[in-house]
Design a protein around this ligand. Structure first.
Ligand code: PGA
Length: 304
């Protein structure tokens, strides 16, 4: 099922690689400290949110999985103990959605990994939003880095897809995130803002949108953003929403983090005030580990 690492581009591992140490605007520090845990004061943003957003844990993406492995995963998830105040969503490959929907507990919602940009019709090989609704999908992931950087979808096309899905009542997990070279060039915020603007230009409302910040260099690489790096961008995204949409949307919209999240690093990330959950690829292949990530909401509550 979903719980699968995204891999159109083959295995992604870089265990000896270190998280890039740049802020969105410029280098944070000149030394080689890989545990950077502070933002420079000139990057501080006001955060208008109250920490009352429900956490969302999303297992998703990729082409991996077989009927057999998915059956096992469903069984593990059905028997896992998950904190009740977390929304849990899984995004299997299209062809397994029906299998998942019919055997997974209703406590977990289903998402697709993509959808067509407008009303369904003669678009061979595409899946329409209408079909997703028909099969029981409440959500769709749009703008994932692999759609952007492997398939070549641009900001405007992705924005249009989001607008259409929302107009049909399907919630959108709206992905954003910078490439490594963009981060190193100090363009993280600019890239994220452009991606956000394309969504903002096309969506009728933000009521049913979750933003997933996924730095591309962290997806499937084993190189997770530090809690400070993730929080810095999440605050910037919230600030952008405040300035460009409304204070209410900024305060209500959930911003989840994705990119090499696992059972070992989720608790520290979850403590960050503006991280409202996770989009998990590889670590969601294992039901118990995904449950650990879902339950990291408890460390958020303790930190609040
Ligand atoms: P990962 O994948 O958790 O394996 O890094 C995240 C994603 O595919 O969005």
């Amino acid at each position: 099922m979903s719980m699968i690492s995204t891999s159109l581009s083959g295995p992604k591992s870089a265990t000896s690689y270190c998280a890039p140490e740049f802020s969105g605007l410029r280098r944070l520090c000149p030394n080689n400290n890989t545990n950077n845990s502070h933002s420079p004061s000139f990057l501080r943003f006001t955060s208008p949110r109250k920490p009352l957003r429900r956490v969302l844990a999303m297992a998703g993406t990729g082409q991996n999985g077989t009927k057999e492995s998915i059956t096992k995963l469903i069984s593990d998830l059905n028997s896992a103990k998950m904190e009740s105040d977390v929304d849990v969503v899984v995004a299997p490959p299209f062809i397994y959605i029906d299998q998942v929907k019919s055997s997974l507990t209703d406590r977990i919602e289903i998402s697709a990994q993509n959808s067509w940009v407008s009303k369904g019709g003669a678009f061979t090989g595409e899946i329409s939003v209408e079909q997703l609704k028909d099969i029981g999908c409440k959500w769709v992931i749009l703008g994932h880095s692999e759609r952007r950087h492997v398939i070549g979808e641009d900001n405007q096309f992705i924005g249009k897809k989001a607008g259409y899905a929302l107009s049909q009542g399907v919630g959108v997990i709206a992905c954003i995130g910078e490439l490594l070279e963009e981060r190193e060039a100090g363009k993280t915020f600019d890239v994220c803002y452009q991606q956000l603007k394309a969504y903002a230009d096309a969506v009728p409302s933000w009521d049913n949108i979750v933003i997933a910040y996924e730095p591309v260099w962290a997806i499937g690489t084993g190189v997770v953003a530090t809690p400070a790096q993730a929080q810095e961008v999440h605050v910037a995204v919230r600030d952008w929403l405040k300035n460009n949409v409304s204070a209410e949307v900024a305060s209500k919209t959930r911003i989840i983090y994705g990119g090499s999240v696992n059972g070992g690093n989720c608790a520290e990330l979850a403590k960050q005030k503006d991280i409202d959950g996770f989009l998990v690829g590889g670590a969601s292949l294992k039901g118990p580990e995904f449950a650990t990530i879902v339950n990291s909401v408890t460390s958020k509550k303790v930190a609040a």
